[in-house]
Design a protein around this ligand. Structure first.
Ligand SMILES: Cc1cc2nc3c(=O)[nH]c(=O)nc-3n(C[C@H](O)[C@H](O)[C@H](O)COP(=O)(O)OP(=O)(O)OC[C@H]3O[C@@H](n4cnc5c(N)ncnc54)[C@H](O)[C@@H]3O)c2cc1C
Length: 471
């Protein structure tokens, strides 16, 4: 006779409980919602394994019982990928206790880190070895390297060092049936067949749980020049970027666009900061960095001289100390905080051809303001990657039950402009559950078919983060 379903279920729960289960309902809420608070769910249970073998054991047991698993890092993802659904069916597997740096190889410029290492800890471990791990984003004090890999995170240094994908030399992944993909070797050149590790990078936990990674390190920059510049328009910002690429080549590491309204929001939160110079319509926060014998200060000065002569830059300041450079960056961080303080708002992270950025911002903001004159569109981002965050704060005083439908309509307006320019609905944050419908409506059928076949080949029972990216 077959055992009753409830006894199988009880057996599973009892077996899973020893893997760092979070028992306290209050403590569990941290794992059942994301950083923004926009996505809230209810987990069947929350587990915090300490080793790869434990992750394998959890996944094997869940797969056998057909119970879905949600891998979870630092919950800073913004598309509902790592938050359990509301039905209480999914087992959350938090990697937070797998947080060891396993080894650093200074000669090979690489490091093996467990998935639960906070990004900032990875950066610091590299620094202690006089090396540099370039992935950097404002969530770096909370997000985990496993989450960064699962979302193929970008951040402020993509221009110079690429997305996370380009920083990963090898991976260790627990597959949806519990087997282990052992690929930490970390060779820089390996042309033996398909490069399978690429499948797991940016897969948002739908193809397996990343438990460790071999990461690419770089020589630590010994010179960093940070400048905050005032420009007449977004078109000038695009022209300035082209000039910076020509004048500075690969020394350019960040080139961030912030229209005046964004700087005002930054100042609102960072109350100890002052307006750095007379207000300008548009600001660029740029950074160049290098090691070696190059005289970076002189290159930056010559670049800015020409930019001012040619009218692309109207005013600006080059940081004279690390503290001043930090303050420039705090303006940008304050901008994010100021939006959070305004409550639920639309966040997008679209990408478009760099040359189309001015037209995109003008048309999309124009369409949004025509739809809702009282809303606040904010367009800022990594201009050198063609990646703009066009966010929308709803009009003040909007009734709470009107906010979500309003934001959905705003998203449609933004995406419609994007479609006209051949852009992508996600440059960085991914699809998760939030953007699934918009993604499925846009991805070409052949690409969608291949993605579904890959998912089914690796996860035929669909237990690994189901409903994220694909349905
Ligand atoms: C303030 C702020 C600023 C941000 N800035 C940027 C930015 O500049 N650039 C950018 O790209 N992103 C940015 N993000 C979003 C970005 O995706 C996340 O910060 C980060 O990469 C996610 O890592 P996490 O550990 O928090 O993952 P989580 O949020 O926990 O999870 C994200 C996804 O990855 C999966 N996942 C997590 N860990 C694993 C694992 N070990 N194995 C398999 N799957 C896993 C989850 O299931 C989920 O689908 C920002 C977010 C915030 C809140």
């Amino acid at each position: 006779m077959e055992p009753a379903r409830s006894s199988i279920s009880d057996e599973l729960d009892a077996a899973l409980a020893r893997f760092g289960q979070v028992d306290d309902p209050q403590a569990r809420t941290r794992y059942e919602q994301d950083w923004s608070g926009d996505h809230v769910g209810r987990a069947r249970t929350v587990l915090r394994p300490r080793s790869t073998a434990e992750v394998q054991e959890i996944v094997r047991r869940c797969a056998a019982a057909n119970v879905p698993v949600v891998p979870q890092g630092g919950h800073t993802g913004l598309v509902g990928g790592g938050t359990p659904t509301a039905d209480g069916r999914e087992v959350v597997v938090s990697l937070e206790r797998m947080n060891r740096i396993r080894r650093i190889d200074p000669a090979g410029f690489s490091m093996v880190a467990e998935a639960g290492c906070i990004l900032e800890a990875v950066q610091n471990a590299a620094k202690e070895a006089d090396l540099y791990f370039p992935l950097s984003l404002s969530a770096e004090g909370s997000c985990q390297i496993g989450g960064n890999i699962a979302t193929n995170a970008g951040g402020i240094n993509v221009l110079r060092y690429g997305m996370t994908r380009e920083l990963v030399l090898g991976l260790e992944v627990v597959l949806p049936d519990g087997r282990l993909f052992e690929g930490l070797g970390g060779l820089r050149k390996d042309n033996t067949g398909y490069d399978l590790k690429q499948l797991f990078i940016g897969a948002e936990g739908t193809l397996g749980i990343v438990t460790a990674a071999t990461l690419k390190l770089y020589p630590r920059p010994t010179q960093v020049e940070t400048a905050l510049l005032g420009l007449p328009s977004v078109t000038h910002a695009v022209e300035l970027f082209a000039q910076a690429r020509r004048d500075m080549g690969d020394l350019l590491s960040a080139f961030e666009l912030m229209p005046r309204r964004c700087v005002e929001l930054g100042l609102e939160v960072m109350t100890d900061l002052r307006d750095p110079f007379d207000p300008a319509p548009v600001y660029i926060l740029m950074e160049a960095s290098t090691g070696g014998l190059i005289d970076l200060r002189s290159i930056m000065e010559r670049f800015l001289e020409r930019a001012m002569e040619e009218g692309r830059v109207v005013d600006g300041a080059v940081a004279t100390s690390g503290a001043q450079a930090r303050d420039f960056w705090r303006l940008r961080e304050g901008l994010i905080e100021a939006q959070v303080r305004r409550g639920r708002h639309l966040r997008t992270d679209v990408s478009i051809p760099i040359s189309a950025i001015p037209a995109f911002i003008e048309k999309a903001e124009g369409a949004l303001l025509a739809f809702a004159p009282g809303c606040m569109p904010l367009s800022y981002g990594h201009i050198g990657d063609g990646n703009i965050h066009l966010n929308v704060v709803p009009p003040a005083g909007m009734a709470p039950d009107e906010v979500l439908p309003f934001l959905r309509r705003c998203e449609e307006i933004v995406f419609a402009e994007l479609d006209c320019l051949g852009g992508s609905i996600s440059a960085e944050h991914g699809i998760g559950s939030k953007k699934r419908a918009a993604f499925l409506a846009r991805k070409p059928p052949v690409q969608l078919d291949l993605m579904k076949r890959i998912k089914l080949a690796l996860d035929p029972a669909q237990v690994m983060n189901p409903g994220r990216i694909l349905d």
